[in-house]
Design a protein around this ligand. Structure first.
Ligand code: SF4
Length: 393
């Protein structure tokens, strides 16, 4: 089966990336599928176009880490999205046939719009309240104001947007905003054409290789459905050209960070695949456990403990069963349990780190550039067919 999937290079890779994505990449590769795996640098720009100075560094890290975990250029086509221009050409052509409403109904976009609406409602509310206070406050400053109305509007705007920023920074909070995900401070910044249209680019990424299977988590299903819709429309308009890609639902355990929240770079709670030994120890020892288990003698609830979810993934099965039993009986203390966890983690991470360090940046670039040329050959053939079907020269 032809498998296509990409990952956005947005920073160092952590355990969540490994167990959520890379483990599946490896499995599909080893099962003998024809896999096209790409570093989705264009997709990274949809949300972080303002920080593009990190993009090359992140791409390099991702390439080295992919090779470090065992993805092989002999078995899979490994490449960089922006080096295969055919993705963008196909994306442009697909954008001609994709109704705008399909994109506006995409849950990620709807979510963004909803949050923007809430923020603008809040701004309005704040402006009204702050406006009253400013009327009284400004005369007390004893300043010579040239254009009072304009000055007041200026101050109001600045003050309100500072309040919103303070909210995103977690410096203040308000009842009305609890429902917003305040870790996403770029809400304003990603209301762009690129963000709205990224499912079209995503579709092009898949079908330019006539991809049949796309490994995804459940949250990605609406995107695959949208890709299938676009493919159906294309095939209807111009004749059967593309297979409808299928989602390959992959098991991706929701890994928790050491603070008990979802593991994420933005929460600063992640364990990186190239984590230094000392910081690894500190993070493991700081891990949340079952809050009811305060001391060794207390019986614990391993099913509710983030540390135990890692034992399931990393500690040998027999030992994990023993930990479960001893925790429930209260024989095992959390500190000792974390020491076993640390050991399992080291055994898992050390070979990855070793291989990662052995992959020089220049070798990684060489492999991925070569992979990009191979990808272009396949993508180029698809584009020839597409141009012909759409009556382009
Ligand atoms: S003993 Fe281990 S599994 Fe049990 S609560 Fe403590 S850390 Fe979690």
């Amino acid at each position: 089966m032809r498998i296509v999937s990409g990952m956005r290079p947005t920073g160092r890779l952590h355990l969540g990336h490994y167990f959520g994505v890379l483990r599946n990449f490896l499995k599909l590769q080893e099962e003998g599928n024809r896999c096209f795996y790409f570093v989705a640098d264009w997709h990274a720009l949809t949300t972080s176009y303002k920080n593009s100075e990190e993009l090359k560094k992140n791409t390099e890290h991702m390439m080295r880490m992919w090779l470090g975990v065992g993805l092989s250029p002999k078995k899979s086509t490994l490449f960089i999205q922006s080096l295969v221009k055919e993705h963008s050409e196909l994306s442009l052509l697909l954008s001609m046939i994709t109704p705008k409403s399909w994109l506006e109904w995409n849950p990620t976009y709807k979510d963004l719009k909803y949050n923007l609406l809430r923020i603008s409602e809040l701004s309005k509310e704040l402006k009204e309240r702050v406006g009253e206070s400013l009327k009284n406050f400004l005369p007390s400053l004893n300043l010579k104001v040239h254009k009072p109305q304009k000055f007041q509007e200026f101050m109001l705007e600045k003050f309100t947007s500072s309040l919103i920023d303070a909210l995103f920074e977690g410096l203040i909070e308000g009842e009305t905003l609890r429902e917003l995900n305040t870790s996403k401070k770029q809400y304003y910044e990603i209301d762009t054409f690129g963000f709205l249209g990224y499912p079209v680019l995503q579709t092009a990424d898949i079908i330019v290789y006539k991809g049949e299977g796309v490994p995804v988590g459940e949250d990605q299903l609406p995107h695959i459905e949208l890709s299938r819709e676009i493919v159906r429309r294309f095939n209807r308009l111009y004749g059967k050209t593309f297979p409808e890609p299928r989602a390959i639902l992959t098991e991706s355990p929701k890994l928790l960070g050491f603070d008990g929240r979802k593991m994420s770079k933005s929460y600063k709670n992640a364990i990186y695949l190239d984590e230094e030994e000392e910081s690894l120890r500190k993070k493991v020892m700081a891990f949340f456990t079952d809050p009811q288990k305060l001391r060794r003698g207390d019986p614990g609830r391993p099913n509710l403990c983030p540390v135990f979810s890692y034992h399931r993934l990393l500690t040998p099965k027999e030992k994990t069963l023993q930990i479960e039993e001893d925790c429930k009986k209260g024989i095992l203390g959390c500190v000792d349990c974390k020491k076993i966890f640390l050991n399992s983690l080291k055994n898992f991470l050390e070979p990855i780190k070793e291989r990662y360090e052995r992959v020089s940046p220049s070798y990684a670039w060489e492999v991925f550039k070569e992979g990009s040329l191979k990808a272009r050959e396949v993508a180029g053939k698809t584009l020839e067919e597409v141009r012909e079907k759409m009556n382009l020269p």
